[in-house]
Design a protein around this ligand. Structure first.
Ligand SMILES: C[S@@+](CC[C@H](N)C(=O)[O-])C[C@H]1O[C@@H](n2cnc3c(N)ncnc32)[C@H](O)[C@@H]1O
Length: 254
């Protein structure tokens, strides 16, 4: 009885699964024409229907943006640090979308009262070096500090802006330890300066994410991280949608 009542649902699941496969095949024909070897994602992902997360994406007008996978991953990775003492930081803030996620997690954390520190020129990127390739130019991704302050107004009192060229303002947090650090400055030199400064200040179990790691648009950022970690026990775990992370104190095979 129970089995026969389940059958129509199972049949419907099978049919709708085949429809999804047919649609993906069609999409792949177009995607391959446009990009060569393009790899699609299964659309049956429950996080695509997560109302809270979608509301967050809408706040930054990002629901249809290719960054959504990385936003979701950051939201998951922060959860590893619930019991890790320390403040949080972001190097390269732009409109504040990732800082918003970090601040939300800080607010929900009942154990620690954390301050979130944000480092950005608010004048866009610094001058790329030859190692950075040709994708970026100076002043790209420039945004005014007051726009970001408005985006993060809900967290006033627990956030600090450190406007300036990295690493000039790092000294202001030299006495702090950190539970979560997000590096997203696209280029070799500020990525190297950021990991150099924050690595020794990460608490045991802290997570460091580099948004640009493994992205072919940011070869300098990937190189900076790999060079710095070459003699450290931690190595970057490269994520499928771009970006990477390590956990302080967690040894990883090269
Ligand atoms: C890709 S955006 C950051 C995006 C942001 N993390 C997010 O999640 O939306 C890069 C940011 O890095 C900043 N930036 C790049 N190079 C910098 C440098 N040398 N010093 C300070 N800020 C820098 C830019 O101003 C820009 O806001």
């Amino acid at each position: 009885m129970a089995n026969s009542s389940k059958r129509p649902f199972e049949r419907w699941q099978r049919v709708s699964g085949n429809v999804v496969i047919a649609k993906l095949r069609l999409l792949k024909v177009f995607a391959d024409r446009l990009f060569g070897d393009f790899r699609l994602t299964w659309p049956q992902l429950d996080w695509w229907q997560d109302a809270t997360f979608n509301a967050y994406l809408d706040r930054f007008n990002e629901r249809k943006h290719p960054n959504t996978h990385r936003r979701w991953m950051v939201r998951q990775l922060i959860r590893l640090t619930g019991d890790v003492p320390g403040d949080t930081a972001e190097c390269g803030v732009y409109k504040g979308a990732t800082s918003y996620l970090i601040c939300e997690a800080n607010r929900l954390n009942g154990r620690f009262k954390r301050t979130h520190h944000m480092f950005d020129s608010f004048e866009g990127l610094s001058e790329p070096l030859p190692v950075d390739g040709g994708h970026w130019k100076k002043s790209d991704l420039s945004i005014a500090e007051d726009v970001v302050a408005r985006n993060l107004a809900a967290f006033e009192g627990s956030i600090r802006f450190h406007k300036g060229w990295i690493p000039n303002r790092f000294g202001e947090v030299a006495d702090r330890n950190f539970s979560f650090v997000h590096i997203d400055v696209d280029l070799y030199q500020p990525t190297l300066d950021s990991i150099f400064f924050f690595y020794s200040r990460l608490s045991h179990g802290a997570v460091l994410v580099c948004d640009d790691y493994g992205c072919t648009t940011c070869p300098g950022a990937t190189k900076a991280i790999d060079e710095f970690l070459a003699d450290k026990p931690e190595k970057m775990l490269s994520l499928d949608a771009g970006g990477g992370f390590f956990v302080k104190g967690c040894e990883v095979a090269p």
